[in-house]
Design a protein around this ligand. Sequence first.
Ligand SMILES: Cc1cc2nc3c(=O)[nH]c(=O)nc-3n(C[C@H](O)[C@H](O)[C@H](O)COP(=O)(O)O)c2cc1C
Length: 309
Amino acid sequence: MPTNLSVQLAPKNKPGLLLVNPVMTASGTFGYGTEYSHLFDIQKLGAIVCKGTTLEPREGSPHPRLAETACGLLNSIGLQNIGVNALIKEKSPIWASWRVPVIVNIAGEKINDYAQLADKLEGVAGISAIEVNIGCPNIKGGGAEFGANPKSAAEVTTAVKKATSLPILVKLTPNTSNIVEIAMAVAEAGADAISLINTLKGMAIDITRRRPLLGNITGGLSGPAIKPVALHMVYEVAGAVELPIIGCGGITTASDAIEFIMAGASAIQVGTASFTNPGAPLDVLEGIEQFMKQEGINNLTDLVGVARR
Ligand SMILES: Cc1cc2nc3c(=O)[nH]c(=O)nc-3n(C[C@H](O)[C@H](O)[C@H](O)COP(=O)(O)O)c2cc1C
């Protein structure tokens, strides 16, 4: 019997978000997909999530923006991107000819920014879903991340939901005291699926200059260092909401991905691993398939959440 890796990530939405396999790229680590298409057959992936996109183009944070840590990476890219209008004009026509679905990750400073972005993306050929990054500072809310409290997390979700008929994945930030409460709030507000986690806040200091290493002082920690934290959050959230979960955080190998799936994720995203091995998402996919064959598992869905039972 052939191995069935397909997964439906938006069962309540019409036409839904059916992926042929659970391996996605993580926003901000795979550009617009186009940059990687000459390196391997990206059409084999489950989905591509593009760079975080804002209403206006952004130049990003002051340099330096990257610092390596023990088993991780600190970044303060500051959402450098071409802006939604250029994305619609230049990128979506390319995506429309692809087999792999593309999901646009959106970011804003006000709730209305998210609503306007969702509105602009509605009906654009080549865009299969929206991933809402609620790890952005809420300017009117004193700069705390939208995703740090259930009320503002739900408000963003409701605003996006009203503005579009596309499936909505809400991407949670780990920089909150209770991620389960946030997940429940966005589920209640109409999210179709939940992705987690975004980067953890961190910093590094250059001891010779006696100054913070990153131009922006604060950065986001990603890579293998955050995997146990992400896995635990996925496990907790999967136990609290009925929605499909997309696990992300330090996934480098197929066994990392399988851990997330066993914790309750229906799909996974590969992020920082692509910087050292651009073919990492495909390697992870092939490894999952091999594991399923080895273990005699025909349907990926049979693996989802098995560690919880
Ligand atoms: C350089 C870089 C840029 C990122 N940009 C975004 C972004 O624009 N929007 C977003 O939601 N997440 C962004 N992320 C977070 C990743 O999508 C992912 O959630 C996080 O890095 C954890 O996964 P990983 O450890 O596999 O990288 C970025 C991460 C990195 C390393």
